[in-house]
Ligand binder design. Structure first.
Ligand SMILES: [Cu+2]
Length: 268
């Protein structure tokens, strides 16, 4: 299952027994992931989620207010994802070592341009450190789990990288006017729609209310849908649309679409 050269940090798949000199000490007492990550440099409690077919890259040696960090420190990926680590060249010698020995980039390296990758096949929580900086908070985690599922595939694929989407479609089928907050917490700032997905009946008006946070946002349909608001930043701004026809309507805030600022309206 292994491939790549042995002298450089190399591609690996499957499980490998760490060598004696490079063995990471297993945790002696189980500690929750949240507790373990509490002093992880650059971690603000929000993980970055990637969808299927994505190619996540984590930078080593990112300078943060806390100190040297993996960036992003915590990511969530589906099974069968190849995760890559790139050395920035900052902060001296670094490596990537899973606490449970699942993956190990080998000898430390300080060279910008060094890379390592590991193919995650199975679900699980993988904690890892850069050994020279493990006591200084340079640590991270890869969470491998199935993406959130609402049962609506089109919607699930559109929202998979939206941090506040957990597979729930908020039920607003019993109201004539449903509201969505634009500029809610999420996606690494105030870059979320809340709720990200909602379900309404035909003839229902959806109103998006701007919080004023996160800079200018807009509401624009994917492809050629009916939603097309102005790009505005002011708190108290609003945009409305009344949905006549059934279907799944996908939209985003164009400036923040890549961050995951996406939403969906299901009209029944
Ligand atoms: Cu936005």
């Amino acid at each position: 299952m292994s491939s790549g050269s042995s002298s450089e940090p190399a591609a690996e798949t499957g499980t490998e027994t760490p060598t004696a000199t490079e063995t990471a000490t297993p945790e002696s007492t189980p500690e929750s992931l949240d507790d373990w990550l509490e002093d992880a440099n650059g971690y603000d409690g929000e993980l970055r989620r990637y969808g299927p077919q994505s190619r996540p890259t984590i930078m080593l040696g990112e300078e943060t207010d806390d100190g040297l960090a993996f960036s992003p420190p915590v990511i969530e990926v589906p099974p069968m994802t190849n995760v890559r680590w790139d050395w920035t060249g900052h902060g001296g010698q670094q490596n990537v070592v899973a606490l449970d020995g699942t993956f190990d980039s080998g000898r430390t390296n300080a060279q910008s341009g060094t890379m390592y990758h590991y193919f995650f096949e199975e679900t699980g929580e993988y904690r890892y450190v850069s050994e020279p900086h493990r006591d200084d908070g340079m640590k991270g985690a890869i969470i491998v789990k199935e993406p959130p599922s609402s049962g609506n595939t089109e919607l699930d694929e559109w929202l998979v990288e939206s941090s506040n989407f957990d597979g729930t479609i908020a039920d607003r089928t019993d109201t004539d006017t449903a509201t969505v907050t634009a500029g809610a917490d999420g996606n690494g700032g105030q870059f979320a729609f809340d709720p990200p997905a909602l379900k309404i009946s035909t003839e229902t008006t959806v109103r998006w209310d701007w919080t004023g946070d996160g800079g200018p946002h807009n509401i624009v349909s994917k492809d050629n849908g009916p939603l097309d608001s102005e790009l505005v930043a002011d708190e108290g701004s609003a945009y409305e649309h009344t949905f006549e026809a059934t279907g799944t309507y996908l939209y985003s805030c164009k400036p923040h679409e890549g961050l995951g600022m996406r939403g969906a309206v299901v009209v029944e």
